[in-house]
Design a protein around this ligand. Structure first.
Ligand code: NI
Length: 171
């Protein structure tokens, strides 16, 4: 078990475009385990590898953590195959954008493919929280944060707030 520090905006490393996993091997399984440990330690429901400074296309997620049950899943090299025209709005947050929550509009339903921890190709249809969360995490793989979906003015304001909070901690 290894808990790794989570990068927070405006860290430039969060802007990296993650590269595809070539082979799902022991190293990737270890990375996924570290990501899950880090996610639980930070009370998150999803995490992309780039958030712990590893720009690799790996996502872990656990949307249902009732009663301390840990049942995380991993999405390697995820790709959206189809997205609905219908949109849904959820209030999103992010471990890399601490203490900021805002409404983001995204396709309500998606069909996606990815590799599991055995390197097997899986196809899923998702709606609700899972659809939103997957799209949020897949944005991370492109160096995009949920605040990038907000207006320029709002984003600038939030980033200023984050930088101030960081300076306060550092100082
Ligand atoms: Ni996030």
């Amino acid at each position: 078990m290894a808990i790794r520090p989570i990068l927070t905006a405006p860290d430039p490393r969060l802007k990296a475009v993650s590269t595809a996993v070539k082979k799902v091997d022991g190293e990737i399984r270890k990375l996924a385990q570290d990501m899950a440990d880090s996610m639980y330690a930070a009370d998150g429901i999803g995490l992309a590898a780039v958030q712990i400074g590893v720009p690799s296309r790996v996502i872990v997620m656990d949307l249902d953590q009732k009663d301390g049950k840990k049942d995380w899943r991993v999405f390697i090299n995820p790709k959206i195959l189809w997205a609905s025209d219908e949109l849904a709005t959820y209030e999103e947050g992010c471990l890399s954008v601490p203490e900021i929550y805002d409404d983001v509009e995204r396709p309500a339903r998606i069909r996606a493919e990815y590799l599991d921890l055995d390197g097997k190709r899986v196809e899923i249809e998702a709606d609700g929280m899972l659809a939103t969360c997957l799209q949020h995490e897949m944005d991370h793989l492109e160096g995009v944060l949920f605040i990038d979906h907000l207006s320029k003015l709002k984003r600038a304001m939030l980033l200023k707030k984050l930088t101030k909070a960081k300076k306060a901690i550092a100082g």
